[in-house]
Design a binder for this molecule. Structure first.
Ligand code: 5GP
Length: 190
């Protein structure tokens, strides 16, 4: 997606060989027009796949997921990372190791919102080693729902996430595929 790659080139900050900071438009300040275009692109790619729900993880997956849900006309569920007094229903949970925070945390979705009849599109802001995606997959499987695929805003293709998820049989649609962050430069795959 050229508009996204332009934005990464102009406003992304390479923090290290492995970490890209996109706080200017995705992870802190959000560019709504770009999120709308991202939602439209995910919807275009998954329109024929019978998606009934979108699942993402708080906080940074929510903006692109909501825009995709708007385009596809389906609800969006975000897995919560923190205990909440109001989230007292039966919970489906998974343990996820955070790439950026380097801690293990439990993510949860209420059983009220996912059922075996659902076909789920998973959306997230980044794909690195695939830990967040695998946690979401585990929760969706616990609900007995099927998975249409994964929509990723920024894939870091030099890490293992895509390979492992593809080997497990999942379809991955990434809107920007970063080949390298070496020497402070963002190189895209195509
Ligand atoms: P994974 O679980 O695939 O190893 O990492 C994906 C998660 O870690 C995403 O949900 C995202 O929040 C975070 N993440 C991974 N790599 C980066 C990065 O380079 N920059 C930012 N801002 N977040 C990242």
């Amino acid at each position: 997606m050229e508009q996204l790659k332009q934005k990464i080139r102009s406003q992304g900050i390479v923090l290290s060989d492995r970490v890209l900071k996109v706080d200017a438009f995705l992870n802190h300040q959000i560019d709504p027009a770009l999120m709308q275009a991202i939602g439209q692109e995910f919807a275009r790619r998954f329109r024929e796949d019978g998606v009934t729900k979108i699942v993402t993880i708080e906080a940074s997956g929510i903006a692109p997921a909501v825009m995709a849900g708007l385009e596809l006309g389906v609800p969006v569920i975000f897995a919560r990372k923190h205990q909440s007094l109001t989230l007292t229903d039966n919970l489906l949970t998974a343990s996820v190791y955070s790439f950026t925070k380097q801690v293990e945390s439990t993510i949860a979705i209420s059983t009220n919102h996912l059922s075996a009849n659902d076909r789920v599109l998973i959306i997230d802001d980044f794909l690195a080693n695939g830990k967040a995606a695998k946690g979401l997959i585990s929760i969706i499987q616990q609900a007995g729902a099927s998975i249409a695929g994964l929509g990723i805003v920024i894939e870091k293709s030099f890490q293992n996430g895509r390979r492992e998820l593809e080997e497990a049989g999942y379809r991955i649609e990434s809107l920007a595929r970063v080949q390298s962050l070496a020497d402070g430069q963002v190189q895209f795959i195509d």
